[in-house]
Design a protein around this ligand. Structure first.
Ligand code: SAM
Length: 452
């Protein structure tokens, strides 16, 4: 593994950098695998593999070895997310900076695909709203898949350029910018990234990071928190950006308490002494990562925005829905292309404001569609954490679960006629419709397991 000499040279004076240890850890071939549990889908996740906790994230665990995630139904069910351990530090940072209730807070995850940070944010801000944005269309589709499987009703996925948020002045309580970067922090996991690294790209990335931040910062409320992170070791993308945020963007640096035993290196930027937190793979069980937090010192609230008109449900639909989602007082419903969507009532007008200006890929949870008098339930509802009434539960074993996830011909003697929630362990994987002579599998074709 030939690490770029220019990178190593450029890190010589960076706090915590140890050339020999850095080279050794990259040659070692050691792989660290970690997962983060979905606190709203408790189940028996990877019981034979779970090792110790990730110290800075109460839902994070290291695994003793890497299992075949593809062949684990609970992976597809969103019972956990495979996430690099260092980046779970976001969990600790948020709890430190925003202790106590998170109710009513609006969070923007600007660079969100494939959804590691967004699913973490949705779990923490379960009483808030998480807007999860990705600019690249194909990556936004993966973000939709992962957030759908995570199943929390407090998420909105958008597919927009940061510029498109320009009217949301002073709107968000928290903005997370997990910026596109030169990626040196992932060299150990992905050696192909080494070939793509160049000094020029570091410069290009740091300029882009400033552009993204300058565009989005007006959207942060007075006293709101910015969390900026990269998986690059380069100062140009880390401490220099922190310096620039303080000197040019009038942000206030926020320290984050860490335990000495975690071996996270606390840095201060050269000009403004802005706090930053560095993760080196020879000091922590995880990959290279940098995170810094800031407070918005000055912002103007832009006022209410024009709300998009959402299609209301008919009286019949409202009355009938009660059978399926009874007494759900925290919910508001609207229709999009005939499909009924459920969003948190407290954020309905915010969702209308977002819908008025952004390209929304998914808001809340799609419940289904009335065809005639009957509700055709949707997969999104099936894999969500929302209550599921009105249909039978069909418990399946692992073999049947995998067959279901491959969209195979599903056979079961104890299925009731009609729609059934297919349940493995304690979580629902999707829906089947049982007819007198066969069972139709409604697992989404594009998400099916392709491996035998
Ligand atoms: N936060 C994600 C997670 O935890 O799973 C990883 C995000 S990745 C480091 C950076 C993301 O920024 C990519 O998905 C990339 O497509 C997106 N991106 C690239 N250029 C961008 C730009 N100019 N503005 C905003 N996002 C951009």
């Amino acid at each position: 593994m030939d690490l770029p000499k220019q990178l190593i040279d450029s890190l010589a004076n960076v706090k915590g950098f140890d050339k020999a240890a850095f080279e050794k850890v990259h040659i070692s071939g050691e792989q660290v695998t970690s997962i983060r549990l979905n606190p709203f889908k408790p189940s028996n996740v990877l019981t034979d593999f779970i090792d110790v906790k990730v110290p800075w994230c109460s839902d994070g665990f290291y695994l003793k070895e890497r299992p075949s995630f593809t062949m684990d139904p609970l992976f597809h069910a969103g019972a956990y997310y495979v996430q690099e351990a260092s980046s779970m530090f976001l969990h600790h940072a948020i709890h430190e900076l925003i202790p106590g209730s998170k109710q009513g807070l609006k969070v923007l995850d600007l660079c969100a695909a494939p959804g590691g940070k967004s699913t973490l944010l949705a779990s923490i801000f379960s009483e808030g709203l998480v807007v999860s944005n990705e600019v690249i269309k194909s990556r936004a589709a993966i973000l939709v898949e992962n957030t759908t499987k995570w199943g929390l009703p407090n998420m909105v996925v958008t597919n927009n350029d940061p510029e498109h948020f320009k009217d949301f002045v002073g709107y968000f309580d928290v903005i997370v910018v997990d910026a596109p970067c030169s990626g040196s922090g992932l060299f150990r996991k992905d050696s192909a990234a080494i070939g793509e690294w160049s000094e020029q790209n570091v410069v290009h990335c740091s300029q882009r990071q400033e552009r993204i931040l300058a565009t989005i910062l007006p959207c942060l409320k007075q006293d709101g928190i910015l969390l900026y992170s990269t998986c690059s070791y380069s100062e140009a993308e880390d401490e220099s950006i922190a310096d620039w945020l303080v000197s040019h963007m009038n942000m206030e640096s926020c320290p984050i308490k860490t335990a000495p035993s975690w071996n996270i290196i606390t840095t201060q930027s050269p000009q403004q002494q802005a706090w930053g937190y560095r993760f080196y793979p020879y000091l922590v069980k995880g990959e290279g990562f940098y995170l810094a937090a800031f407070k918005q010192q000055q912002s103007v609230f832009g006022g209410r925005l024009k709300e998009a008109v959402l299609t209301k449900l008919t009286k019949f639909e409202i009355d009938s829905l009660a059978t399926y989602v009874s007494n759900d007082l925290n919910a508001a419903y609207f229709k999009q292309n005939n499909a009924i969507r459920r969003v948190p009532d407290a954020f309905l007008s915010n969702i209308q404001e977002l819908a008025g200006r952004l390209y929304i890929k998914k808001a809340g949870i799609e419940i289904g569609e009335f065809k005639g008098n009957a509700l055709v339930p949707s997969h999104e509802w099936a894999v969500s954490v929302l209550p599921k009434n009105g249909f039978s539960i069909l418990p399946v074993n692992k073999e049947q679960a995998l067959l279901f996830l491959k969209r195979g011909n599903f056979i079961s003697d104890n299925a009731s006629i009609g729609w059934n929630w297919v349940q493995f362990d304690a979580v629902v994987l999707g829906l089947v419709k049982v007819l007198p002579n066969r069972i139709n599998n409604y697992y989404p074709a594009e998400w099916r397991i392709l491996k035998d």
